[in-house]
Write a protein that binds this ligand. Sequence first.
Ligand SMILES: Cc1cc2nc3c(=O)[nH]c(=O)nc-3n(C[C@H](O)[C@H](O)[C@H](O)COP(=O)(O)OP(=O)(O)OC[C@H]3O[C@@H](n4cnc5c(N)ncnc54)[C@H](O)[C@@H]3O)c2cc1C
Ligand code: HEM
Length: 401
Amino acid sequence: MLSSDHAEIVRATLPAVVAHGVEITGEFYDSMFVAHPELRNLFNQGNQANGEQRRALAGSVAAFAEHLVTPDSGVPFQQIMSRIAHKHASLGIRPEQYTIVGRHLLEAVGTVLGDAVTPQVHAAWSEVYWLFATLLIAEEARLYQEAACGPATPYRTWRVVERRDEARDVISLVLAPADGGAVPAHLPGQYVSVAVTLPDGLRQPRQYTLSRADADGTVQITLRRVRGTDGSPDGAVSTYLFEHAAAGTELEVSAPFGDVVLADEEDPLVLISAGIGITPAAAMIDRLAAAGTGRTVLAVHADRSPAAHALRGQIAEAGRRIPGFRQVTWYEEPGDATPGEGGDVRRGLLDVAALGLPPKARVFMCGPLPFLRETRRGLLEAGVSDERVHYEVFGPDLWIR
Ligand SMILES: Cc1cc2nc3c(=O)[nH]c(=O)nc-3n(C[C@H](O)[C@H](O)[C@H](O)COP(=O)(O)OP(=O)(O)OC[C@H]3O[C@@H](n4cnc5c(N)ncnc54)[C@H](O)[C@@H]3O)c2cc1C
Ligand code: HEM
């Protein structure tokens, strides 16, 4: 709860902060990286360059402020906070770093909004920041404790025991803890951060979903090499891993985190994915098959072509072990789709209305934001309410519905 005089000030200044949100967060990152160049190793520099992290931070702070001053605004604050906390925990964010971020963020508000930021306005937004920070620090402490790891040593060394080609520009890496220790417990849908030191010396972490159930003391990640388009550069970490990871390579890997996970329930499950967004669905199907599930599972995937469709052999194999499994795949270019792999194959873009969704479906989606928005619209039209739909985005969530 904000103190009442601060609530009035935040309500009055929220429109200006929202209107200049991306300018403020842009100024924030610029000044923070000048004062703390070492933090470049922590933040995804691709998301800095393409502006996504600025929008994500601005969007989350504005959503929190709105939630504070208008509690019935419908802002999905719990969901926003949980997503950020899991991402932070996978990166080993420490409580004392909140002081650095808070100082630069509040200074940036002053730099961008100028004289409008009186001492009272500064104090009110400082209270907003620290309320948010306190909630995140507490949630992150809980996650670190659950994962039995601490922010001081977020990474553990894992060894690649197998590299497999999955599809065009997609590989899987099978990983085992280098110290021979146990694979940490995790839920299907969770991801790890993998940190690599790039040829220019910059250390960069990225998240990769564990793409199957663990087996024989190993886990698997599956990654698509991101190729630059329209003048943008190739993806830094995916390209590096694609070019350098092989059996024997050691990688720094975090404990598993992520809150878009299968719940223990019996409702029919619908998994909808596009492109490399298939990895959480693949993990869920594999885990359900291993558990001998009696659930109805409909796996729906959209991809350019069979050649680009990753993990389809793994999913077809796991699907055969689930009695209620059905699969529908939409290819823009079906070409010579192999019968049996991809299930019922259709041409074109995914059409939710054509799926025949089971009643009381629990839906998980993963893919690019425009795909998720379009699919969500289709699901709403098909009568599936938002509380039954869960989604993962392979980048900062921009909270745009
Ligand atoms: C929860 C989660 C789970 C994920 N799971 C998976 C998974 O299972 N498999 C998988 O393959 N990926 C997954 N990802 C995505 C993954 O973490 C990386 O984002 C992805 O591999 C791209 O990283 P990169 O370093 O190769 O690209 P980056 O270097 O981060 O580049 C990303 C984009 O930004 C653009 N860009 C970079 N620099 C500039 C610039 N200067 N100007 C303009 N544009 C620029 C690039 O062209 C590219 O399009 C997941 C992400 C999240 C958040
Ligand atoms: C109240 C304070 C903070 C807020 C509101 C906040 C908000 C966010 C948001 C919205 C994301 C994107 C989550 C997603 O959708 O994936 C994020 C990611 C991140 N945050 Fe924070 N954060 C805060 C504090 C911090 C601190 C103290 C640090 C450490 C210096 C930090 C480091 C990061 C990093 C490294 C990422 C990943 C960025 C990327 O991959 O581009 N954050 N944060």
